[in-house]
Design a binder for this molecule. Structure first.
Ligand SMILES: NC(=O)c1ccc[n+]([C@@H]2O[C@H](COP(=O)([O-])OP(=O)(O)OC[C@H]3O[C@@H](n4cnc5c(N)ncnc54)[C@H](OP(=O)(O)O)[C@@H]3O)[C@@H](O)[C@H]2O)c1
Length: 288
């Protein structure tokens, strides 16, 4: 057992972090260290290969100790918008001091050029990683298909969805596929300095999503192309807070510019199976 590598996952009680921990433990090929602000949330996972440690990027002094002994580390980007670049800087510095050999970072597609409102901190983090002496893999996840479970229900209820994306689509990828890629990269011996765009199998447009929903739920779900101002007003009426509505409008704008249209074979290359398509994901997870 002492010969097994040690793989560390930060943010291990979040949706994605926890799933990566589970996938790594299923492989049984490494010792797994789960670092989280909430160790109690992982109490239900009992595995002799798992060690759970407390770690919070806002308390940097304790991070080196939490990371010490890890060979490879997955840095799950945090949800603390506005503070993330600084938090990630602390984690990267600590990984370096702790002697981590390879860092995997979960970024956002086209982080260095997209108009998506929350991309800047991903871009800053990528630059910090480039400037560090660490060997790294940056996984630029496209929009999670899971986001649609939050944005589509009001449109389903009213029988009409809106977007500003024109004829452009987005290669939505499921969070599960992102977790599978992250686990595979972490468990591999990959070294060097690489960046991959992690996408679903095909770019999907909102009119296509409306047609699928119509077929699947057997009642008409229309689609309307609107401008940015109207989309924001609709999101506000649908109950999305202003800040989140701004982010969602910027996501539509980015899709309309073709920033999320391209697909890659990264999921298949790293996991051996094709990524799940949006229709199958929605059929499994979207309830009326
Ligand atoms: N591509 C996309 O469409 C998309 C969509 C949503 C999110 N994301 C990004 O992907 C990340 C993971 O997604 P998710 O669905 O798993 O989100 P989530 O369940 O909301 O998890 C948030 C994550 O942030 C971590 N975190 C927050 N504050 C932290 C701190 N001070 N120190 C260390 N970690 C901290 C949490 O770790 P603990 O609570 O365990 O400490 C947790 O892993 C998100 O945080 C976000 O950056 C991308």
């Amino acid at each position: 057992m002492n010969q097994l590598p040690t793989l560390l996952v930060t943010g291990a009680s979040g949706h994605l972090g926890r799933r990566v921990v589970e996938l790594l433990l299923q492989k049984k090929t490494a010792k797994v260290v789960a670092v989280t602000r909430h160790p109690e949330k992982l109490k239900d996972i009992r595995d002799p290969l798992l060690t759970v440690k407390h770690g919070n990027f806002d308390v940097p002094d304790a991070l080196v100790e939490a990371f010490r002994g890890a060979d490879r580390l997955l840095l799950v980007s945090t949800d603390a918008l506005g503070r993330r670049a600084q938090q990630h800087r602390e984690a990267i510095d600590a990984a370096n001091v702790a002697g981590v050999q390879h860092l995997v970072y979960l970024s956002l597609a086209s982080a260095d050029r997209t108009v998506v409102a929350l991309s800047e901190e991903h871009d800053q983090t990528e630059k910090l990683i480039h400037a560090s002496p660490l060997s790294y893999t940056i996984l630029r996840n496209h929009f999670y298909a899971d986001n649609l479970l939050m944005t589509l229900p009001p449109g389903l209820a009213r029988g009409k969805i809106y977007s500003t994306t024109g004829t452009m689509g987005a290669a939505f990828v499921t969070r599960e596929d992102c977790a599978r890629v992250a686990a595979a990269v972490l468990a591999s011996r990959e070294r060097g300095k690489k960046t991959f765009e992690v996408t679903g199998p095909k770019a999907v447009t909102y009119p296509e999503i409306a047609r699928f929903l119509t077929q699947y739920f057997k009642r008409p779900i229309d689609f309307d192309e609107v401008g940015m101002v109207e989309l924001k007003q609709t999101l506000n009426r649908d109950g999305f807070p202003s800040g989140l509505a701004d982010i969602l409008v910027s996501c539509d704008l980015a899709i309309g510019r073709g920033e999320f249209n391209a697909t890659t074979s990264v999921v298949k290359d790293w996991t051996g199976t094709m990524p799940m398509n949006v229709a199958e994901f929605l059929a499994r997870n979207l309830k009326l």
